[in-house]
Structures are given as C-alpha cells and as structure tokens.
Design a protein. Structure first.
Lengths: 242, 281
C-alpha cells in the first residue's frame, strides 16, 4: 500500500507536468528563470563594462549584483508557483480537485502533488540555476538556504492566488499583484532607516536581510513569517479546493 | 452497508440538515429525492467524506465518514452532477489517468466506452465532447475501478432519452452485480424505476422514506378510465373502489364493447407533492 501511495503522488505530479507542457504560456513561464539567468550572466557584466568605461568608475553595478541574484533565486519558485496556481485554478473550474478528494489520492495527496512536489522541484531547479547563472560568489549552503526560502515563498504565493481567485483570469491578476511582495527584497538595500521594517510581514524582506548579513536570526524570522502566512491562508485554501 | 443516525449539519449558524436517520442495505439502490437546495448533495458530501464537521453518525461500510482514510476510496465510486474531466485530454486518457489512482484491477476501458456508446469517441479530446458525452464518460469514470458503493448525482441529467435509457439499464445491471447505489435526483420517474427505496428530502429533513411502491399504494389507485364505441369513441371513468357500481362499465364488459381500460395510480411526483407540499418538476 505504501508503494501505491507514492506511485499515486507521482502519477498526479506527472499529470501536473503534463498540463504545463501542453500549455504554451505555462511552459514559457517555467523557462523564464533560464532566460533571466542568461540575461544577468551575460547582459549585466556587459552593461557593467560599458558603464564603468562611460563613467570612468571602477564599478557601477557590482554592488547590486546580489540583488540580481536574489531576483534570480526568487524567480524560479515564483514561476513554478504561477504554473501551480493556474493548474489548480483550472482543475477547480473542471471539478477535478473535488473529484480527487474522493479517490485514493485524497485531498492531502492532491495538495502534495500540486504544491509540495513543485516546491521541491523548483528548489532543485533554483539551486541549479543559481549555480550556473549567479553573478556573486555565494556558497552552495547559502544558495540552498535561499532557494529553499524562495520556494516556500512560491508555495505561499500559490496558496494566496488560489484562495483569493475565482478563476484563471483573476488568478493572473492576483499573481501580478503578489509581485509587490518582492519589494521586500529591495528595501534592506535601499532603505537604511527603520522604516524598512514596515516590510517585516513579507518573507522576502527577511530573506534579503539574511542574504545581506548572513545572520541566523533573519533566517528564523523568515521561516516564522512564512509559517504565519501558510497558517493564515490554509483554511481558506482548503475550503476553496472542495 | 450505510447507517446514518441523528445526522445534523449546517454551513452557517442556521439549521440545515437536521436529525437525519436511515440505513441502506448492501445491494440496494437508495434514492434521495428533493428540490434544489434541499440538502441532497450536502448529504452525499457527508457520506463520501467531503464534509467532516457534522454531528451524529454517518457510517459507510463500517467506517465513520469523518474517519475515512484514502484507501477507503478504493471501494467508492462517485459520479458528481457536473463532469470532472480534463478537457485537454482524450476520453481514454482521462479514464487511464483517473484509473491509475487505484491499486485495484481496472475494468476494460474499451468495453466501458462501448457500454455508453463512446467506442468511436475515446480518442477525441473531451473539449470536443457534447454535454451528454461528457456525462456518460464521467459516469464510467466512477465505475472503472469496480467499486462496491456507487454515489450517483443526477446521472441522467442532460441526456437524450436513448442515452438516459442506456444509463438506467447500466445502473440496474450494476445493482445485479451486488453494488450498493446511492442515487441523488429530482427526477421522480428515474427514482420510481430505479430505486428500491427513496427518501424525500425537503428543507434538510426526511419527510418520507419507503419503497416507491409502498409510498404510492396506500394512496390508492384512484380511478380507472375506459373507452368504448357508441357511434363515436367515448370515454368513461369511475373510482377503482366503485367499479361494481358503474353500470355502464358492466354493460360494456358483458357486451364486449370495451376498447381500452386502464387504472391511473398517483405518481411518485403526486405523492411527493402531497407529503412535502412542494413541486419538483
């Protein structure tokens, strides 16, 4: 029976991948991190070379390379989160989520195949993308932690989009709005005053603080804020998928 | 097979389902009848474990509904009123995918498709199916893993008369194999034909529960109608309980001049109206 439990989860996850592969928009979104990676790997250094020459300065963009990297690490889970949200909303429209609840995979198994497996998958892709395209020298340990945090952020975004949207169109609008939460990445770099802590409810804010200073306290705060968001959204999300 | 005792549930603070009690035996077709919003689908959601926050008892196959584990669904088949299918997949791919979620040996997909007249449409995308074709595919999706208990929600809704007939024949055939079938419908004719027993549900309460025959017969076969030739074709009527007093009828019978004769019993719909004061169709 345990063997079947995992087999079902895998079958359901492959159906998720199948749906993304059959949808051009979702397929391209999942390729976006690679395209962005190519841009920052080759475009940003070229721009830096041009700008240093133009302004006769030693460095122009280099101090901000970490921000490009942070967006890179966040982009992969966000794109997978977008794909998950669209797939789940489509399945809610088609009554699939309700039906899955009365099959042996159950509601829990369905959620694992639509949110947890994509989270793990995006974590792996994120680590690879960061290793290949990162502009700064970050340790594998830091890359793994940041990829994990951003994958959890993607998980939260999926829950938010599905919970608050009535259909795919609304889902796309809310996904765009959820992009505002990325402001949390920029604030620690550009706002030194205490006002930056207005963004303390955003996991991305603590993630950026952790990336900047490497303090374990920021890592713990990021996890705590993320868990808070998950608990806040869980009930509404579960209600939505029946 | 199913025992429900003093079951109550509400989505809000106002009462909805109240003190529902009934039992369903193995191999029985049991119908929930009632108008939209009466609580039929909610009751089905409780029985299938989709709603767990109820009061009272709801035991299916020996297990309380709120305690169902995922493996329990190996033996349950559910056909929701609205099809739950992947539009971008073919009919066959849908059956293969949903079937792959079960560890049981599946029934033959080609035979299932043929059974509901979709043999030549199995490789078409579901998005190209008509409403009736989707309903039929959705129906066999619930049968694919050969479950012991079937929950059918308006299975003939939106079907043409031929498909509806085929569907009802399949339901009766499945009953013969020993399946317990819970049928939710507002179609009285279907219920009268298919169900061993029916429960009238109105405003969250069971107003009556018995076999269609037992519900109808106490009300009496009200009258008989007959036609005869008397120059032109004429019609006569009398109460069934007063046939001996109808001299015209006696005269027609002794002179072999009756062209047609039939009794007209009240329908299940009439009984529903009488018991609940509500109209279904």
């Amino acid at each position: 029976m345990t063997h079947w439990k995992y087999k079902r989860l895998w079958i359901s996850f492959m159906q998720y991948i199948n749906q993304i592969a059959r949808d051009a928009m979702l397929f391209l979104s999942c390729l976006a991190p690679v395209l962005y990676g190519l841009f920052i790997k080759f475009g940003i250094p070229a721009a830096e070379k041009f700008l240093t020459g133009y302004y006769s300065r030693k460095e122009v963009l280099v101090p901000y390379f970490i921000i490009f990297d942070l967006f890179l690490v966040v982009l992969t889970p966000m794109m997978f989160s977008f794909a998950s949200s669209m797939v789940i909303l489509g399945e809610i429209d088609d009554g699939i989520t309700k039906y899955m609840s009365v099959t042996p995979i159950g509601r829990g198994g369905y959620l694992i195949s639509r949110l947890v497996f994509p989270l793990i998958f995006s974590l792996l892709v994120s680590i690879i993308v960061m290793n290949v395209f990162s502009l700064t020298i970050i340790s594998l340990e830091m890359i793994t932690v940041l990829s994990f945090l951003s994958s959890v952020l993607g998980f939260i975004t999926s829950m938010m989009v599905v919970s608050l949207s009535a259909n795919k169109v609304e889902g796309m609008a809310i996904t765009k709005m959820s992009g505002i939460s990325m402001i949390g990445i920029l604030l620690p770099f550009f706002v030194s005053a205490r006002i930056q802590y207005l963004a303390m409810i955003l996991p991305s804010f603590w993630m950026a603080k952790y990336a900047m200073e490497g303090k374990i306290t920021y890592l713990i705060l990021c996890i705590m804020v993320s868990v808070g968001w998950i608990l806040l959204l869980l009930r509404k999300f579960m209600k939505k998928i029946i | 097979m199913i025992q429900v005792v003093d079951l109550s549930f509400s989505y809000t603070k106002n009462k909805f389902l109240e003190n529902i009690s009934f039992e369903v035996s193995e191999g029985e077709i049991f119908g929930f009848l009632g108008p939209s919003g009466a609580g039929k689908s909610t009751l089905q959601k409780i029985l299938t474990g989709l709603i767990k926050t109820y009061k009272g008892r709801s035991v299916v196959n020996g297990i309380e509904s709120k305690d169902f584990r995922n493996d329990f669904y190996e033996n349950i088949g559910v056909d929701f009123e609205f099809p739950s299918l992947y539009e971008k997949l073919t009919g066959r791919e849908n059956l293969e995918f949903f079937g792959s979620l079960y560890s049981k040996k599946l029934r033959n997909i080609d035979e299932m498709l043929e059974m509901v007249g979709l043999k030549n449409d199995g490789d078409k995308k579901v998005s190209e199916y008509s409403k009736g074709m989707k309903s039929r595919l959705n129906f066999i999706k619930a049968l694919l893993h050969n479950p012991g208990i079937l929950f059918l929600d308006e299975p003939t809704s939106g079907l043409d008369p031929n498909s509806s007939r085929d569907m009802k024949n399949i339901i009766l055939q499945e009953k013969k194999t020993g399946k317990t079938i819970i049928l939710t419908t507002h179609n009285m004719a279907d219920a009268a034909e298919l169900c061993d027993r029916v429960a009238f549900i109105v405003d969250g309460n069971i107003k009556a529960l018995d076999s269609p025959h037992n519900l109808i017969m106490p009300k009496g076969a009200s009258k008989i109608s007959y036609t005869y030739l008397d120059g032109t074709e004429k019609t006569g009527e009398c109460l069934l309980s007063h046939t001996s007093g109808d001299k015209k009828l006696q005269e027609l019978i002794t002179s072999n001049r009756v062209l047609s004769i039939h009794s007209s019993e009240p329908t299940l719909n009439d009984i529903f109206m009488e018991v609940t004061g509500r109209v279904l169709q």
